[in-house]
Structure formats: C-alpha cells, structure tokens
Unconditional design. Structure first.
Lengths: 208, 110
C-alpha cells in the first residue's frame, strides 16, 4: 500500500469520525422536557380560599377565609404567604375544674383567630389541567375566645395537600386540606396550651 | 425533642375534664356555668354547676335529676370513691329523684 493511499484512508477515517456524530445529532428528534408544575402558572399569583377549620379547647375553629400570595422558588416549588382568618364565635367554654384550675373546652367551631403563614407549595407532577401538590409551613396566630375573655399567641406547623385545576390561562381553582399542630401561650392562667386542628378549603388563584 | 413536643401536643389536645360548665365545674355565680351555679356551701362545697331538669332525660351522661331546687342534675355514684373527683366534702348519698318518687345515689356535700 502506497504512502499516499495510507494518508488518504487516514484522512477519510478521521473525517468520518468528525462528521458522523453531527449527522446523528441532526437525525435526533428533540423532545421537550415534561413540565413538573402547571404550565400556566407564572412566577407570581394571588388567591383567596374559603372553607372550614376544626378547633377545640383553645384552638379556634369555624369558617376559614384566607388570602394567598404565591412566588416561584424553583421548577416545582412556590412560596405561599397566607393571611388566614377563622370565625367561630360561640359561647363560653371555660370553667374552673374541681382542682380550681381554669380550663377551656370549646367545641369544634368556636373562637376567632388571625394567622400569618409562610409555607411552600410543592407540585408532585400532573397532567392536563390537574396538578396535585403538598404544602407545609409555619404560622403565627392570634387567638381569641371573647365570651371567656381568653386570648393568646400561638405558633402552628401546617402540613397537607391538595389539587390545582386550571380553568383558563390565568385562573385556577384549588382544593386543599391541612393538619395544623402547634402550641400557644394564653392568659387566665391557662399558660401553654396545644393547638390542633384540620382545615379544608377551596380557592381560586389569579396569575400575576 | 421534636417527637416529644408532638406527642405532648396530641396528648394535651385530647385530654378532657371529668366536669364541665354544664355539670360539675366549681363556681361562685351563674356566669361561671352554662345554666346555674349552686353557690358554695355545705351542700355543694366549692360550688357546683348544674342544669335544671324535669327528668333524667334532661340530664347529661352520668348524671340524674334529683329533688333539689326544683330539679337539678347531679352525678350518680356507687359509693364514696365515686365522688372523690369532686373534691373534699362530697360523698355518695341517697337522695330523692325529682318526680320519680324513688331514691337514687348521687354525689352530694354535707
């Protein structure tokens, strides 16, 4: 084999090595990554929700009304800043037990509270317009049972989940359930008391 | 530590008292009770919240309608130990039922 032929074969093989991958790339079909959160959800949104919250003892329960501000943190996660109001009203539920300790035994729907909550909504993936999510956060709430002149300041952890359904490019509805667990400091010699409740709400969100 | 706090919250949230504003709480005035306060004296040491009744059907669980002040609900008992949760001064006594014309065992002072 001549030296020229050897050189030609070498150049040809080298060129093939360079060109072949480029040809192969040109043949590949580019598949866009599947969305991991609702495609119609922008980086910011506001919303409102309405539902019920269960209370008991010195946890306020009743009608739950909340406003939300959502801010995107990552592909799947949105910060959820919430101001929640619970309206339970109700009569007196506190008394002195036989050891003369002041105790409260309010029902599921009694008392009022205002809570500021910082949480995160994490989308679990979904399809079409339905996107399930989990939520978690911590809130600071003021609680009052006016019929007993009992009030306090409490902190509660929130954990739950729900589903978001898009109804138009800029509007979505949500359904959500949460467990609320915490403790608070109350007057009337009650001291530190637990906070335990469940909230179920439905809401609407608007893209900003 | 976190587990301890969570358990404390759950246990504390689920505790309930033997008495209530309806029946059994200590009191000085009617404002301390849902309906009526039997003011502290020898018959009702520490005061005793109760509800008015015409028959046992008007009384909460574990209580019966007894002949006192026109009919009030009081805790039933089988012996003195059954009244210790009400504190000093309460014993299990045979008292007239309201409207029934029979004796019943109820926690009472004096």
């Amino acid at each position: 084999m001549s030296r020229r032929l050897t050189l030609g074969l070498g150049l040809g093989f080298g060129a093939a090595l360079v060109i072949a991958p480029a040809v192969a790339r040109a043949d590949q079909v580019v598949v866009p990554a599947a969305p991991v959160a609702p495609p119609d959800m922008s980086d910011q949104a506001i919303g409102a929700s309405l539902g019920v919250a269960t209370g008991g003892r010195v946890t306020a329960g009743g009608l739950r009304l909340a406003g939300h501000f959502l801010y995107q943190l990552s592909d799947r996660d949105w910060f959820d800043g919430t101001a929640a109001f619970t309206f339970g009203g109700g009569g007196a539920g506190c008394f002195r037990d036989r050891s003369n300790a002041f105790v409260c035994d309010h029902g599921l729907a009694a008392g009022d509270s205002i809570e500021l909550l910082a949480g995160v909504r994490h989308f679990l993936g979904g399809q079409d317009q339905f996107w399930p999510f989990v939520v978690g956060g911590v809130g600071m709430r003021g609680v009052e049972f006016s019929a007993d002149s009992v009030n306090g300041l409490a902190f509660a952890l929130h954990a739950g989940g729900g589903i978001r359904a898009s109804v138009s490019p800029g509007i979505a509805v949500t359904a959500q359930g949460e467990l609320e667990l915490g403790f608070g400091a109350f007057n009337h010699s009650l001291g530190i008391e637990p906070q335990l409740g469940v909230a179920i709400t439905a809401g609407v969100e608007f893209r900003l | 530590m976190t587990r301890f706090v969570l358990v404390w919250i759950l246990v504390a949230a689920c505790q309930s008292s033997d008495v209530s504003r309806q029946v059994g709480a200590r009191c000085d005035t009617n404002a301390d009770c849902d309906v009526k306060c039997l003011a502290p004296d020898g018959a009702w040491p520490g005061g005793f919240c109760t509800v008015l009744c015409d028959s046992d059907a008007n009384c909460p669980a574990d209580t019966r309608c007894i002949e006192d002040q026109g009919g009030i609900c009081a805790f039933t008992c089988a012996g003195d130990p059954g009244c210790t949760f009400l504190g000093d001064g309460y014993t299990c006594q045979q008292v007239d039922s309201h409207g029934g014309g029979v004796k019943v065992s109820a926690c009472h002072g004096g």
